[in-house]
Write a protein that binds this ligand. Structure first.
Ligand code: PMP
Length: 358
C-alpha cells in the first residue's frame, strides 16, 4: 500500500491510525457480529461510540459544562442558515465579519431570513488578502451575534486572535477546529464541517452555549432547532453513525498525540517549513496574503505564471503529492496541511518545491 502525500483542502487526509481501526469494526465491532454501520443508533454499541466522541471533544477542546456539543448534518453550509434561524430574534440584526468566500456565503444565507450587516470586509478588487484588525470592526452592540470565519480555506488567511464582542461571537471553524487550543468560553457558538480536521464529510459539529440553545427561536421546523438536538443528545433522528465512529477514532488519535498543545506545535512547525520556502530570496514563489494573516492550515502561494503552476502541480502529482491546485475561484497553488498531514509530507513538498525552482 502506498499512501500519497495528501494536501487536499477537504475532504482531506485522515490520520492513518484512525483509519486502521476501521476495517475490523466495519465487519464486526466488539464481537457483536455486526458492522458499526449496521448497529441501531439507539443500541448500546453505537451509543458508547457516540458518547465517547462527545466526551473526547469536550476534553480536547476544554468545552465548559454550560455548552452543548451537537452532531448535525447538512455541512457547514446548513449552519449558515441555522445560526440566524436559531439565534436571531424577530427584528434583530446580526453582524458579519467578511474575510472570504465562505463568510460571504454565510452572510448571504443569513439575509434570506432576516437582517444582517457587514461589520467589516477585507475584500479588495474581489480578493481577500488579510484578517481585519480589531479596531476596524464596526460592531452593533445590539446585534444577536457577530459571525467570523476563523480560517479562510480559499484565501489562506486565519485569525490569530479573536475579536472582543459584546454580542455572542459565532465562528465557522470548519478548516481549523482542533488545530490549536482555543478558549471556548469566548464563543457563543462554534461550528465546523467535519471533513478537514475531524473526520469524514456528512457530519457537522456544533458547540453552543446552553443559554443560546434555550433562548433559541421555536418558530422554525423542529429538525432545525438546536434545542431539539441538544435535548436528544443529537439522536433526534438517525445520525451519520459511521462518520461519528471515524470522528471518535480521529479524536482518540489527537489525544494519543498529546492533545491540542502538541498538535498546535506541530502545525506551527509545518507551516513554517512551507512559508520558509515561499519567502526564500527569489521571486519564484510568492504568498499573496499579508504575513500576519497567514493561515497555518491552508498555505496559498503563486509561481510566476499559471503555466509554471500547472507544471508544478503535475510534477508534484508524479511524486505522490496530491491536492496542490488552488481553489478554482482564485487559482494558484494551495497546500492544505491539516492535523493529519505529517511533518514528513510537508518536508517532502518543501524539498520538491526547492528542486522545481532550480
Ligand atoms: N466554511 C468553510 C471555512 C469551509 O472551508 C467550507 C468548505 N470547504 C464550508 C464552510 C462549507 O462546508 P460544507 O461543504 O461542509 O457545507
Amino acid at each position: 500500500m502506498a499512501r500519497v502525500h495528501n494536501f487536499n483542502a477537504g475532504p482531506a487526509g485522515l490520520p492513518l491510525a484512525a483509519l486502521e481501526r476501521a476495517p475490523r469494526d466495519l465487519l464486526d465491532i466488539e464481537g457483536t457480529g455486526m458492522s458499526i454501520m449496521e448497529h441501531s443508533h439507539r443500541g448500546k454499541t453505537y451509543e458508547a461510540v457516540h458518547n465517547e466522541a462527545i466526551a473526547l471533544l469536550r476534553e480536547l477542546l476544554g468545552v465548559p459544562s454550560d455548552y452543548d456539543i451537537l452532531f448535525l448534518q447538512g455541512g457547514a453550509t446548513q449552519q449558515f442558515a441555522l445560526v440566524p434561524m436559531n439565534l436571531r430574534k424577530e427584528g434583530r440584526s446580526a453582524d458579519y465579519v467578511i474575510t472570504g468566500a465562505w463568510s460571504k456565503k454565510a452572510l448571504k444565507e443569513a439575509e434570506v431570513t432576516g437582517k444582517a450587516r457587514v461589520a467589516v470586509t477585507t475584500e479588495v478588487e474581489g480578493k481577500f488578502l488579510r484578517i481585519p484588525k480589531a479596531t476596524e470592526l464596526d460592531l452593533d452592540d445590539s446585534a444577536a451575534y457577530v459571525h467570523i470565519t476563523s480560517n479562510n480555506t480559499i484565501a489562506g488567511t486565519q485569525f490569530s486572535e479573536f475579536p472582543e464582542t459584546k454580542a455572542p461571537l459565532v465562528a465557522d471553524m470548519s478548516s481549523d477546529i482542533l488545530s490549536r487550543p482555543i478558549d471556548v468560553s469566548r464563543f457563543g457558538l462554534i461550528y465546523a464541517g467535519a471533513q478537514k480536521n475531524l473526520g469524514p464529510s456528512g457530519l457537522t459539529v456544533v458547540i453552543v452555549r446552553k443559554d443560546l440553545v434555550e433562548s433559541g427561536n421555536q418558530n422554525i421546523p423542529t429538525i432545525f432547532q438546536y434545542r431539539e438536538h441538544a435535548a436528544t443528545n443529537s439522536l433526534l433522528n438517525t445520525p451519520p453513525t459511521f462518520a461519528i465512529y471515524i470522528l471518535r477514532n480521529v479524536l482518540d488519535w489527537v489525544k494519543s498525540e498529546g492533545g491540542l498543545a502538541a498538535i498546535a506545535k506541530r502545525n506551527d512547525e509545518k507551516a513554517a517549513i512551507l512559508y520558509d520556502v515561499i519567502d526564500e530570496r527569489s521571486d519564484f514563489y510568492s504568498s499573496p496574503v499579508e504575513k500576519d494573516s497567514r493561515s497555518k492550515m491552508n498555505v496559498v502561494f503563486n509561481l510566476p505564471t499559471p503555466e509554471l503552476e500547472a507544471a508544478c502541480i503535475a510534477e508534484a502529482q508524479k511524486r505522490g503529492m496530491v491536492g496542490l491546485k488552488g481553489h478554482r475561484s482564485v487559482g494558484g497553488m494551495r497546500a492544505s496541511i491539516y492535523n493529519a498531514c505529517s511533518v514528513e509530507s510537508v518536508n517532502a513538498l518543501a524539498t520538491f518545491l526547492r528542486s522545481f525552482k532550480k
